[in-house]
Design a protein around this ligand. Structure first.
Ligand code: GDP
Length: 296
């Protein structure tokens, strides 16, 4: 197993014992280790660079107190800065609107949109006592519509039927109309993904967004995507006013650096983390805990 950042920094600071503050000359080597740790966690390079600069400003001149050595002080600064970078914003869903509150799910195919839609339905039903309707606007994969039906049932929500010959916008508007007439509190709209970003997909989801005016537009992203997450995040951020992020597959063995890249690129808060394939495998994102994982 790779040694943790704390171990590696402790090795470096052996020569620095007795120093009372972090100085320009000793911070460089330590920051190189921090940079490596973040890259190993798959944080995207430009994001790492920005981060290192911020940490450097904070670290320089920092006094080393008590029994702490400069390495431990730096780890603590890095940890705090990571948590602050990933942890701003509201954690839970914003439903402050005239019901039904519409939530649009966006992301690449395989990111976990359909699974997350059902997980959110369950969360809203059980934790916030809401009446929830789901609908799939994925007209390219009939199996996706059926999948949503199955998982919505498991979640205890209701599902609105759609067919592949309909336009995504028409499906969503019909579901919205149904939700209004039957007094649903929340409508979750699952959308089509592609294996990679393409303009047609983005135009479609923009159109969908304009038609249903969601109160939440959630970007669902696979934590295992690592470095690529940055490009996906950029494309979705340019297409849509994202209000939150769901980071899926955090039960995998990635160090979850994608969280930081995606947070920085979109500016949107990470609201939830997917932690299993199961319908109850959703947690409110905990930035502090995640910072520890990223650092290793
Ligand atoms: P979509 O194409 O974006 O709708 O993705 P799906 O919801 O169909 O999910 C793709 C795959 O990822 C499925 O096999 C899901 O079971 C799996 N999946 C989704 N979220 C998680 C998660 O948080 N952890 C794990 N381990 N698997 C997940």
């Amino acid at each position: 197993m790779a040694s943790t950042l704390t171990d590696r920094l402790s090795r470096l600071v052996k020569t620095m014992r007795g120093q009372a503050r972090i100085t320009e000359s000793n911070v460089q080597d330590m920051l190189r280790e921090v940079r490596m740790a973040l890259l190993e966690a798959d944080v995207a390079l430009p994001v790492v660079r920005d981060f290192i600069n911020r940490v450097k400003d904070k670290a320089l001149g920092q006094e080393v107190i008590g029994s702490l050595n400069p390495g431990q002080v730096l780890v603590s600064i890095v940890h705090k800065e990571l948590a602050a970078t990933m942890g701003e914003g509201v954690a839970d869903l914003n439903l402050a609107t005239q019901p039904p509150a519409v939530i649009l799910m966006a992301g690449l195919q395989g990111a976990g949109k359909t699974t997350t839609t059902a997980k959110l339905a369950k969360h809203l039903i059980e934790k916030r006592k809401k009446k929830v309707l789901t609908v799939s606007a994925d007209v390219y994969r009939p199996a996706a519509i059926e999948q949503l039906k199955t998982v919505t049932r498991q979640a205890g929500g209701e599902w609105f039927a759609s067919t592949p010959d309909q336009k995504p916008r028409d499906i969503a508007l019909a579901a919205l109309d149904h939700a209004k007439r039957h007094y649903f509190d929340v409508l979750l709209v699952d959308t089509a993904g592609r294996l990679a970003i393409d303009e047609a997909l983005m135009a479609e989801i923009r159109d969908l967004h304009a038609a249903i005016k969601p109160v939440e537009t959630l970007f669902v992203v696979d934590a295992m995507q690592g470095q690529d997450a940055i490009n996906t995040a950029k494309a979705f951020k340019d297409a849509l006013p994202l209000t939150g992020i769901v980071l899926t597959k955090l039960d995998g063995d990635s160090r979850g650096g994608a969280a930081m890249s995606v947070r920085q690129i979109t500016g949107a808060p990470i609201k939830f983390a997917g932690v299993s394939e199961k319908i109850d495998g959703l947690e409110v994102f905990d930035a502090d805990r995640h910072a520890g994982r990223v650092l290793g």
